[in-house]
Design a protein around this ligand. Structure first.
Ligand code: ADP
Ligand code: MG
Length: 357
């Protein structure tokens, strides 16, 4: 039985006498334990779809089933899902422990069980030791972890996350992406994740529904979406990025290494990885440098052969074929005093900083 099913779900709003067709008949099915993303630009209907799954919004027509049960008319508090928002909405006057314990207390869960479950959950999100802190004493990332713990401590069968990392800066966001994946694996529940950030969706998701103007344009796994966009909209929205895959072969402190072929290595920042884990890596063409020799130090380094050079005025676009056959696109700025770096047929090394993938 799928964890979540939408069948012909539509939502019309009436706003100042005008009908807004926010969601135009979506049908999809999300498997138990899946990390599923709704990806699309602002205003395409992602939040409305999530709010209907959670029960905060009633569909104009269509059916929503959770674990096989029709919940279209069931109120939010009687659905086995929880939602996490971008604005964490923590109780400012309560400390971390009290924030996380709040829901269990209200449900009159026995005190020893509350202590055990809250302690366990704070450990999972990495906040052991911060029990007595107030939300304002925490960083944005830590506040988001509290919000996550508060939602997960109720043991929902599915967690809905609406742009939960939107308020964080890039580096922290990338770190939290890994954390979220790790936590999802650890608790083993279904995550439905809303984002407008394609690289976030590509790196985290088992499957992605790409939405545009209230409809799903493509529903597939990241590789398929990236390599075979079903519509012009999907192709342009996903944009140019490189998608590589490999396995974590070493972890040292905060940096994980992915071996690519015999000689290549990709370094990933942040905790949350485990040895042998399969990962999808995205790196944007303009973040990659083309070098004649193998770089040293803490950078990603992958050998390949230049298979194409396209001169595009202010920058060049290179296609570089890696040992394993994958093709990587690189954009390089054209400074007028520079002699062209690489030509077709050259053996080169591609290099980029860990925080760029
Ligand atoms: P997203 O989360 O993808 O940015 P939303 O689901 O928030 O998109 O919004 C989809 C569309 O529905 C937008 O055009 C938005 O203005 C409209 N909309 C959302 N909620 C309401 C509402 N309560 N009343 C009227 N229009 C709404
Ligand atoms: Mg939204």
């Amino acid at each position: 039985v799928p964890a979540i099913e939408l069948e012909g779900v539509r939502k019309d709003f009436v706003s100042r006498g005008e009908v807004v067709r926010a969601v135009k008949g979506i049908s999809l099915s999300i498997a138990e334990g899946e990390f599923f993303s709704l990806l699309g630009p602002s205003g395409c209907g992602k939040t409305t779809t999530m709010r209907m799954i959670a029960g905060f919004e009633e569909p104009t027509s269509g059916t929503i089933r959770l674990h096989g049960m029709d919940v279209t008319d069931v109120p939010p508090n009687r659905r086995d899902v929880n939602m996490v928002f971008q604005s964490y909405a923590l109780f400012p006057h309560m400390n971390v422990w009290e924030n996380v314990a709040f829901g269990l207390k209200r449900k009159k869960v026995p005190e020893p069980e509350i202590r055990r479950r809250v302690g366990e959950m704070l450990e999972i999100v990495g906040l052991t030791g911060r029990e007595r802190s107030r939300p304002r004493e925490l960083s944005g990332g830590q506040q988001q972890r509290v919000a996550l713990a508060r939602a997960l401590v109720n043991r929902p069968r599915a967690l809905l996350l609406d742009e939960p990392l939107g308020a964080l800066d890039l580096k922290l966001r990338q770190q939290m992406q890994l954390e979220l994946k790790r936590i999802q694996r650890e608790v083993g529940i279904t995550f439905v994740y809303v984002t407008h950030d394609q690289s976030e969706a590509l790196t985290m998701s088992d499957r992605i529904a790409v939405m545009n103007d209230g409809a799903v344009e493509q529903l597939a796994d990241p590789r398929e979406i990236y390599e075979r966009p079903a519509t012009a909209f999907v192709a342009s929205f996903i944009g140019t990025s490189n998608l590589l895959s490999g396995q974590i072969s070493a972890i040292s402190g905060d940096v994980a290494t992915v071996r690519l072929g015999d000689r290549g290595r990709v370094l990933l920042n942040g905790g949350g990885h485990r040895l042998g884990e399969s990962v999808q890596i995205t790196v944007r063409p303009e973040k990659i440098r083309i070098l004649q020799g193998e770089p040293e130090g803490d950078v990603s380094a992958v050998p390949g052969v230049v298979s194409e050079v396209v001169y595009l005025g202010t920058y060049n676009s290179y296609a570089v074929t890696l040992d394993g056959g994958a093709e990587v696109t690189v954009f390089e700025q054209n400074a007028h005093d520079s002699t062209s770096t690489a030509e077709r047929g050259d053996s080169v090394w591609l290099s980029w900083q860990p925080h760029h993938s």
